[in-house]
Design a protein around this ligand. Structure first.
Ligand code: ADP
Ligand code: MG
Ligand code: MG
Length: 201
């Protein structure tokens, strides 16, 4: 992925999140406060607006700008988590203009580490980490197959339905959280599906 493809990925993700804004908020209505779609839409819209200003940035600096924008514009619990993920990818990609298999693996594992630290969470807690973590894992297998990346994200998202949510607002429901897909896992699935779409195009 080069910087132009990264921008394309962000634009497509923004469009996708905007299409699914109501769906994501409805999912969050079951487990939380019903604003996840609105939060993600607002955050990625700010990213897309920023892209015009951030024209000359390196891939690394672009990712860091995206991260800080998501922290401030998504807000809530998801903002700092998505933001940390992008900032960690940016830090991992210093001096890299073309992300290949090993850089993906490095960047995504740092992102997962960042989410886990920031959210004081681990896989199986029924959060967006249950998508990011298997995706990072799939990238350790050498040059990525985009279909494998997408299917890792999809399976991770689906698996949250059967989990007792341990972090975030959903945790307040205890066992009652079973049977609901985590909204952050769904938005993360869209993010990685658009990554695969961008890279296959
Ligand atoms: P808020 O809960 O503040 O309204 P959002 O609705 O935008 O924020 O985001 C909720 C999502 O954030 C959840 O679906 C979950 O994936 C994720 N999340 C919340 N808390 C945590 C945490 N501690 N660790 C990992 N992910 C979390
Ligand atoms: Mg919410
Ligand atoms: Mg909220």
């Amino acid at each position: 992925m080069n910087v132009e493809q990264a921008k394309q990925w962000l634009r497509q993700t923004s469009a996708r999140l905007s299409e699914h804004k109501d769906e994501l908020s409805t999912l969050d209505h079951a487990l939380g406060d019903g604003d996840h779609g609105v939060n993600m839409h607002r955050g990625f819209q700010a990213v897309v607006e920023g892209l015009d200003e951030w024209e000359d940035l390196s891939l690394s600096s672009l990712m860091q700008k995206v991260g800080s924008t998501l922290v401030s514009k998504v807000g809530g619990a998801a903002g700092p988590l998505y933001g940390t993920a992008f900032m960690r990818m940016g830090a991992a990609w210093k001096g890299i203009e073309q992300v290949n298999g090993s850089a993906w693996s490095e960047g995504l594992s740092k992102a997962v580490e960042g989410i886990a630290q920031r959210g004081k969470t681990s896989t199986g807690d029924g959060t967006l980490l249950d998508v990011w973590s298997p995706v990072a894992e799939a990238f350790t297998e050498g040059e990525p197959s985009w279909d494998n990346i997408e299917s890792a994200a999809y399976k991770g998202m689906e698996a949250t339905e059967e989990m007792v949510v341990k972090k975030g607002r959903g945790a307040l429901l205890g066992e009652q959280s079973v049977g609901h897909i985590d909204p952050g896992a769904v938005s993360s699935y869209y993010l990685f599906q658009e990554l695969a779409n961008t890279m296959k195009a």
